[in-house]
Design a protein around this ligand. Sequence first.
Ligand code: DC
Length: 224
Amino acid sequence: MIVAIDGPAASGKSTVARALAERLGAHYLDTGAMYRAVAHAALEHGIDLDDGAALTALASVSEIGFEHADDAPLPTAVLLDGADVTSAIRTPEVDAAVSAVAKDPGVRRALVAHQRALASGADVVVVEGRDIGTVVFPDAGLKVFLTASAEERARRRHVEMNERGRAVDSQVVLEELERRDTADSSRETSPLAAAPDAVHVDTTGLSIAEVVERIAALVEERVS
Ligand code: DC
């Protein structure tokens, strides 16, 4: 069974999807990390972010994978051509470049095919992204669209950045988040959107545990 978790940046997707995978003993696939890995590779190779053909070629030849300790649900590292890029894909440079990479139809085609292959064979997989319920797995057993107010999302992202030792102005964080939301929602190919049959969960004011329990109950309802 595929559990699709979509939603805008800092809606709580990663935290919730990871905790849910652990709670269910399911596999976990972070598709945002894959777009980030291509953005990182493009920056490393000095590829023009407007050069769709070069980005598509790069996404097609890049070997993106996840390292798992034994059969643990959560990956211990994101790999790009065998190198550990777990931290390198979370820099402000990659944050700024990734929307341009993710809007390229060729990049999306290559990564969607890879995402389908990575999720195949597992019993239950929690897949997190922007287009999982609409494009990657339109037949997912459960589709969840997570939301939270822009202010709440900016507050969470600000706390997260401070924890990583990055002093940034909270207004700048809010503006950057809104810029990325607009770019992700207005692109032509697979924009961020809720599937018509997605269950909407607003995480504003809810704890992670509450959100995870709510979704786990929905999964259990659907498998029984
Ligand atoms: O979830 P994230 O912030 O790590 O995602 C990074 C970027 O990748 C974000 O700008 C949206 C894009 N993305 C996408 O277009 N489709 C997905 N399935 C996952 C992420």
